[in-house]
Design a protein around this ligand. Structure first.
Ligand SMILES: [Zn+2]
Ligand SMILES: [Zn+2]
Length: 347
């Protein structure tokens, strides 16, 4: 989208930013373009939205964007706060949907700096919060590109993007104010340090499992832990929807993308992002209790917890039990202890 056609609603007067609504109409408004410095005319008629035009009649390439940066900086400097978007942890190259880590929240800002160099970056706006810095980028024509995103990750600077690229008209001060200070779809994390750290920590704690024949995972830690012996898993039926599977590694072959290995956090019992903050000695019993409940629930529904097939009533000379329909391929069985009446499971 070209922004040449979009005029300014925010300008510079007496060295400070000012809204079109706060100046007199006409060329005596005493305002200047924040991008090129040319004098501006305030057009406050009744037909079109109030705006500034360059006195010379020139179209100014960066005028609109620069005026938005200035307007955002002024709003943030005056209010000393911003509502930061909800933080989601994402796991690309897996079937996991983004997990909410923290809801959107209002934070206090100590200092706001406009378009100043910060190490290798010139962010539209830098916000200082205590000892931390966070960037705000306003996207009208150019989104943050992948190389800049990589550098932000390397430097560990959380960055919010305000996406105004779909708005084909001028943004008023009130609109920008609402976007900055309220929860808004236009405002998202382009990069968030905490989300990145959590994902990295989970990846680090996960095991790299290679897939035999492109399907089988040897010694599935979840099944081993469930049934007390080494059992293989298969990618399609077990891993793909498993709570412990975090990433697949694709190897491209002629017939398409083939998954060759995956990252599995089953051994560490990390099924949710909050698990990374629980010490291992507490995490294991928590998950063990859950998995016992899960196994019992499956059996109550007559579903084999080992392979997913139906459980059916069988009897032998030792007594009656629930056995897997897949027997002998699956040897799972559940029965009641003759003395205590408690449920026992065997594979
Ligand atoms: Zn200009
Ligand atoms: Zn079974």
């Amino acid at each position: 989208m070209a922004t040449n056609g979009l005029n300014l609603v925010y300008a510079i007067k007496d060295g400070a930013g000012i809204s079109i609504e706060d100046v007199d109409s006409g060329s005596k408004c005493g305002c200047f373009c924040p991008a090129c410095g040319e004098p501006l005319v305030a057009k406050k008629g009744t037909k079109v939205m109030h705006h500034f035009a360059h006195h010379s009649g020139s179209t100014c390439e960066y005028g609109y964007e620069t005026s938005l940066h200035l307007m955002a900086k002024d709003i943030l400097s005056r209010t000393k706060k911003i509502t930061i978007p909800a933080v989601y942890v994402e796991f690309p190259d897996s079937d996991r949907s983004p997990q909410l880590y923290r809801a959107a929240q209002e934070i206090a800002i100590d200092r706001v700096v406009l378009e100043a160099r910060y190490d290798n970056f010139i962010p539209d706006i830098a916000l200082y919060v205590g000892s931390k810095v966070l960037f705000v980028e306003i996207y009208v024509t150019h989104a943050i590109d992948s190389s800049k995103l990589e550098r932000l990750k390397r430097e560990g600077i959380s960055t919010i993007e305000i996406n105004l690229s779909k708005k084909d008209r001028m943004i008023t001060e009130q609109e920008l104010r609402d976007i900055l200070l309220k929860v808004s779809d236009e405002k998202t994390w382009k990069y968030n340090v905490i989300a990145d750290k959590i994902a990295t920590k989970i990846y680090t704690l996960s095991e790299l499992k290679n897939l035999d024949d492109g399907i089988y995972v040897n010694n599935c830690p979840v099944k081993s832990w469930l049934f007390g012996k080494n059992i293989n898993a298969d990618f399609v039926n077990d891993c793909r929807e498993c709570a412990f599977c975090y990433k697949y590694f694709f190897t491209h072959e002629e017939e398409g993308d083939i998954i060759r290995s995956l990252l599995c956090a089953g051994k560490e019992r990390i099924a949710e992002i909050e698990d990374v903050n629980i010490p291992t000695e507490k995490r294991l019993p928590k998950r063990n209790a859950e998995i016992e409940a899960w196994k019992n629930n499956r059996i109550d529904k007559r579903i084999c917890p080992l392979c997913g097939a139906r459980l059916i009533n069988r009897c032998s000379r030792y007594g009656c039990f629930l056995g897997c329909k897949n027997y002998p391929r699956c040897t799972f069985m559940a029965y009641r202890d003759a003395e205590t009446g408690q449920r026992k499971m065997k594979v």
